[in-house]
Design a protein around this ligand. Structure first.
Ligand code: BEZ
Length: 234
C-alpha cells in the first residue's frame, strides 16, 4: 500500500515555514515580507460559510487594533482566489451581523487550492476533514519564529479578544522579561521567573517590591500605561 508522506507540524520556537502565495492583496513571500512585525497566520475551513464569515467580519473590525500592536493578519483557506474575492465582496455588500456592516477585509487571504501551505503548517487534520483546513492560529514574531499555536475544530468560532490578549501578553513578556499569569490583561500583576538558587530564593522572599506567595511564586506590579506605551504605536 502506498504510504502517505507525513509532513511534521511546525512547533513553537521553530522558524515559520516559508512559502510564496497568491492572496487577495497580491503576491506574498512569507515570512520575509513581514520581517520586523508580528503576524497572525490563520486558516479557516471554507469561503461562504457562516462561522468563517462571522470570524472574518470580527477580525477585519479589529485589524487596526492589531496593527497598533505591530501585528499583521494573514488568512488562508484551501479555496481559490476568485472564490475569496467573491466572498469578501459579499461580506462587504450584503452581510450585517452583530452591529457590523459594510465590513471590508483589507488583510490578505491566501488561495491554497493545492493545500501546499495548509499542509506545511499542519492545518489539514483528516480526522476533522480531508477537504477543509481546521481553524489554526499561528503567532509569528518579528524574527519569523513561531511563538504560539492554537487549533479549533470546524464548528467552533474563535475568540478574537483572546487572540489579542495572547499577542499583548507575549509582547509584554518579551519587553519586560516577565511571565503572565492565568487570565492576565494589561494592568494585572506579572510573574517573576522562579529563583534558580537557594540564595536567589531567599533574596526573592526578602524583596519588598515583590509579592511572594512562596519562594517559587512571586509577582510584581506592572501598570497598564507602562505596558501599553511600550507596545502600542498610535
Ligand atoms: C462555517 O464556517 O460555518 C463552517 C465551516 C465548515 C464546517 C462547519 C462550519
Amino acid at each position: 500500500m502506498e504510504q502517505k508522506e507525513i509532513t511534521p507540524m511546525p512547533r513553537i520556537g521553530e522558524k515559520a515555514p516559508s512559502f510564496k502565495a497568491v492572496t487577495t492583496q497580491g503576491d506574498i513571500n512569507f515570512p520575509k515580507d513581514y520581517e520586523g512585525k508580528w503576524v497572525i497566520l490563520f486558516s479557516h475551513p471554507a469561503d461562504f460559510t457562516p462561522v468563517c464569515t462571522s470570524e472574518f467580519m470580527t477580525f477585519a473590525k479589529m485589524e487596526k487594533q492589531f496593527e497598533e500592536a505591530n501585528c499583521k493578519l494573514v488568512g488562508l483557506s484551501v479555496d481559490g482566489l476568485y472564490s475569496h474575492i467573491a466572498w469578501l465582496r459579499t461580506i462587504k455588500e450584503k452581510i450585517e451581523y452583530k452591529g457590523m456592516k459594510n465590513i471590508e477585509v483589507k488583510f490578505p487571504l491566501i488561495e491554497d487550492i493545492t493545500m501546499d501551505v495548509a499542509t506545511k503548517y499542519g492545518m489539514m487534520m483528516p480526522g476533522e476533514s480531508n477537504t477543509k483546513a481546521v481553524r489554526a492560529v499561528f503567532f509569528i514574531d518579528p524574527k519569523g519564529i513561531i511563538r504560539a499555536i492554537i487549533y479549533y475544530p470546524l464548528s467552533l468560532g474563535r475568540n478574537f479578544d483572546e487572540l489579542y490578549r495572547a499577542l499583548i501578553a507575549m509582547q509584554t513578556a518579551d519587553e519586560f522579561g516577565i511571565a503572565t499569569p492565568a487570565d492576565w490583561t494589561p494592568g494585572d500583576d506579572v510573574i517573576i521567573s522562579p529563583a534558580g538558587t537557594c540564595g536567589g530564593a531567599k533574596e526573592r522572599m526578602e524583596d519588598s517590591e515583590l509579592d511572594c506567595k512562596d519562594w517559587f511564586f512571586c509577582t510584581k506590579k506592572l501598570d497598564k500605561d507602562t505596558v501599553l506605551k511600550k507596545i502600542l504605536k498610535k
